[in-house]
Design a protein. Structure first.
Lengths: 312, 549
């Protein structure tokens, strides 16, 4: 087991390094000058070039890369070119709203997705199953920003149940302001939860040990919720851990539409401003989270199922 | 013509959906979508469209303003996000002078109650208003004023807007109620330059003592005080109890909600969550006009949509080609079909500025395809040439505008390849002159309502200049005229000089003005006095909420 975990950990370190490197290269390859953007159009190119020199942006890319890795190894994420503060400080201000939004979105996805999956799996190809598949396909097919606007239009403008946008702290404020964006995020995830769980449940419900349980006269409800769910939910958990990247990506647009001061909207502005340090830091952190979640899921699976660790 | 209009309408309808993805934002002097015209039913800001506002202003109430740009800093000498910072800064601080809050193009007293200018135009002496206090109750002293102005004049401190401190030498305390500012050479626009946000008066002792933390809880002498600032979400202000101009401000509390998405601003306004929204996009105007609970207001400021030709590309260095392009653009069609009737056909390569000659003095742009074709023949390009046109993505109207221009230039043989680019790339390409034709920013606006700034940007051929505003254009005769104009302090003489310079620029077309474009804001019907100053900024001190009947 220890050997398996060590190998996975080493692989994760390699993935994080590769991610940092690819992000660094891509960010610097995007056309656009962060210094020109920061100083505005009214200053001469000479002043812009002087500032680029001061910031080390005129050094060869390799020199900048080595300096970047050196900073990372010392736990320094750098300074935002556009906002003039340390990246760590900026992220500290913005990380909580995103975490809350993602957690709330995930909860909604599970609350909607699991019952739908059970209803579908119990009677495959029945009316409920068709309805669920139609609903999840419809929701999945809608662009996130459009779905968000429609939800804001319905629950905010027409029904006036929640504010159309904004962010207020405190339990009541968070519930009021995060519900609509979390619902949007959750709905866009429902298809993954529902389809994955439905597929696994159908397989498990047709397995021999379930047939044996039925033949022993155990109630169908108990079979589904206790015997089948235990085995069907694990692959869904693995999928959910892998979609953390999708969730973080979803917040980029949603936070903009719903005015949530989180990391997603910060990333969007950072990209538009060509704010190298900020883009690199957010991408690296998001990537590390995905890798960590994937590692955790692998380890959990290995703990629960010895075949996994023995086969690798 | 009819076919073309149909084509434009279809294109507009198809592209209208892209407004959903529009992301607000502005660089300094480059703004996002705005609009307004009396001809479209969008009233001028000062027209009274609501009878509730005919009564006497009343104090009290809170207002939420859905802003298209976020505030990032409250440091007036180091703004980070253009208008997003400027709008907040102008609520907290005040300078010696300011701009008329009702939108007139004039400088009005602020912390200074009056001033005199020496005959040689080199010394400005300001008499301070007695009893002015900062929001912490501390008196505004002559030393605070002199120190603050010297920060404004120091390009190492005021790095972003150093251009406005042109000619600034030094401010010194004459006595406890008088400050004198000396210049290195006469600068006719000086009073306008120090009426801008970066010439704010701040408490020297607190800024020095607190350093960077001062900007987290700043103290100024403006109408409002910072209450809270949540980065990326909102900034809230409350009435400054020490504001000198009693009974202003009328409002108790103002919140700027950072609604960067244009549709979010619209939803906030329609739901009543916000009472005012800025950066109304052209495609939103019909929706807002149909809502009888809201008022659309047009604010004329010096802003325009400018097409820039790079003279490094040989055909565009030819004056006749530039004139042909200027004549080939049907501005009336653009105004009607793309901007819903908003905007003004310009008679200036820049926006509408003080001293501009009338249309009879300087004729506006005309749409004349036959003349454009003749100019192409005269230029030696009877069969036209190929050219690329860069334009910023994220603005629905630019997609439509560039398609129309491509069609119109095609009619005189110029084959246009459209190159949509992110704003960051556009700006970099423009300043490095890596383009042929470009709309380098969405909408260009002047920092002051006088021609001095942009005339110098365009004409200054010296190393401290901007290389014809990054077009490579050069004309020493016009530069001499501009130099004389910018150093003339006599208003009468300047009023005589500028229309000639304006006409000379029009004859040269170093930049092609497509349309003068105002700001359009929208607000709830019970919001009164929601005027912007000539630069599109609102201190909100005259804004009040009409009591419900």
């Amino acid at each position: 087991m220890l050997r398996y975990v060590s190998r996975r950990l080493l692989f994760c370190v390699f993935v994080v390094w590769a991610l940092a490197t690819v992000t660094f290269i891509l960010v610097h390859l995007i056309p656009g000058d962060p210094v020109r953007l920061a100083l505005g159009p009214r200053v001469s190119q000479h002043i812009v070039n002087t500032e680029r020199g001061r910031l080390g942006l005129d050094n060869p890319l390799l020199t900048q890369y080595v300096s970047y890795l050196n900073m990372l190894l010392h736990g320094n994420l750098g300074t935002s070119l556009a906002l003039g503060s340390s990246v760590t400080y900026i992220l500290g201000q913005r990380v909580m709203p995103s975490l809350l939004l993602i957690s709330y979105g995930l909860l909604i996805a599970v609350l909607i997705g699991v019952p739908l999956a059970i209803v579908s799996a119990v009677r495959p190809n029945g009316r409920a199953d068709h309805g669920t598949r139609l609903f999840t396909t419809f929701v999945f097919g809608m662009p996130t920003f459009w779905l968000g606007l429609m939800i804001a239009l319905l629950f905010g403008l027409k029904l006036n149940w929640f504010p159309v946008s904004g962010y207020v702290s405190g339990v009541t404020g968070l519930f009021r302001t995060l519900t609509l964006p979390a619902l949007t995020l959750g709905l866009s995830l429902v298809v993954l939860v529902t389809r994955s769980l439905r597929f696994n449940l159908i397989q498990v419900l047709n397995s021999e040990y379930i047939e044996a349980a039925r033949s022993r006269g155990i109630a169908e409800r108990r079979i589904v919720f206790i015997h089948a769910m235990r085995n069907a939910v694990m692959p869904t958990f693995t999928i959910l851990s892998a979609v953390i990247g999708f969730l973080i990506g979803g917040t980029v647009i949603l936070e903009q539409v719903f005015q949530i001061p989180g990391v997603g909207s910060l990333l969007l502005q950072a990209v538009l401003n060509r704010d190298y340090s900020l883009v690199e830091a957010i991408t690296l952190i998001a990537g590390t989270l995905v890798v960590a979640a994937s590692l955790l899921a692998d380890i959990l699976q290995a703990v629960l199922d010895p075949r996994v660790r023995l086969s690798r | 013509m009819r076919l073309r209009r149909v084509a434009v309408s279809v294109v507009a309808a198809l592209l209208g959906v892209t407004s959903l993805a529009t992301i607000g934002g502005s660089a300094y002097g480059v703004r996002s979508a705005k609009g307004g015209s009396a001809s479209t039913g969008v009233p001028r800001a000062n027209s009274t469209s609501n009878s509730a506002c005919n009564g006497t202003p009343v104090s009290g109430g809170s207002l939420v303003y859905a802003r298209g740009t976020a505030t990032e800093t409250l440091n007036p000498w180091s703004i980070l996000n253009g208008d997003g910072d400027i709008f907040a800064i102008d609520l907290i601080y005040q300078g010696l002078v300011g701009f008329d809050s009702a939108g007139l193009n004039k400088v009005i007293p602020g912390v200074a109650k009056s001033w005199t200018i020496s005959p040689n135009g080199l010394t400005y002496t300001f008499n301070l208003r007695p009893g002015v206090k900062f929001s912490n109750g501390q008196p505004v002293t002559a030393q605070d004023v002199a120190w603050s102005l010297n920060q404004f004049g120091n390009p190492k401190v005021n790095s972003v807007m150093a251009v406005l401190a042109v000619g600034y030498h030094h401010a010194s305390v004459v006595n406890s109620s008088t400050v004198a500012i000396t210049l290195t050479h006469p600068v006719a626009a000086f009073l306008n330059n120090i009426a801008t946000f970066d010439a704010a008066v701040l408490p020297e002792n607190l800024v020095k003592k607190e350093g960077a933390s001062f900007w987290k809880h700043p103290v100024g002498s403006g109408p409002f005080v910072l209450q809270s600032f949540v980065s990326g979400s909102h900034v809230t202000f409350v009435r400054n109890p020490y504001y000198w101009d009693k009974p202003l401000p009328y409002l108790n509390k103002v919140t700027f909600d950072f609604a960067l998405d244009s549709n979010s601003r619209l939803l906030e306004l329609e739901s009543g969550q916000a009472q005012i929204a800025d950066l109304i996009t052209p495609s939103q105007i019909p929706t807002l006009q149909a809502n009888n609970k809201l008022v659309l207001a047009q604010h004329n400021i010096p802003a325009w949509i400018g097409l820039y030709p790079n003279e490094k590309y040989k055909p565009l260095a030819n004056l006749d080609v530039r004139l042909a392009i200027a004549n080939a653009i049907d501005r009336n069609l653009i105004k009607k079909e793309i901007f819903h009737g908003i905007g003004t056909i310009p008679n200036n390569v820049f926006g509408q500025l003080k001293y501009d000659g009338s249309n009879s003095q300087v004729p506006p742009y005309k749409y004349d395809v036959a003349k454009a074709k003749n100019l192409m023949v005269k230029a030696g390009y009877p069969h036209g040439f190929n050219v690329t046109l860069q334009y910023p993505t994220g603005f629905d109207y630019f997609g439509q505008l560039t398609l129309l221009i491509k069609q119109e230039l095609g009619a005189i043989g110029i084959k246009v390849t459209l190159v949509p680019l992110a704003t960051a790339t556009m700006t970099a390409n423009w300043s490095l002159m890596k383009y042929q034709l470009t709309f380098f920013g969405s909408i260009i606006s002047s920092d002051i309502p006088l021609p001095d700034e942009y005339a110098a940007f365009e004409a200054d051929p010296t190393s401290s200049g901007l290389n014809g505003f990054f077009t490579g254009w050069k004309n020493l005769k016009i530069w001499a005229m501009v130099q004389k104009f910018t150093s003339t302090t006599s208003e009468a003489s300047r009023a005589l000089q500028w229309p000639k310079i304006q006409a000379a620029f029009m004859q040269q077309q170093p930049a092609i003005n497509v349309l003068d474009y105002p700001i359009v804001t929208a607000h709830a019907k019970d919001i009164c006095g929601a005027n912007l100053n000539i630069l599109g900024v609102d201190q909100l001190q005259n804004t009040w909420i009409a009591p419900s009947k």
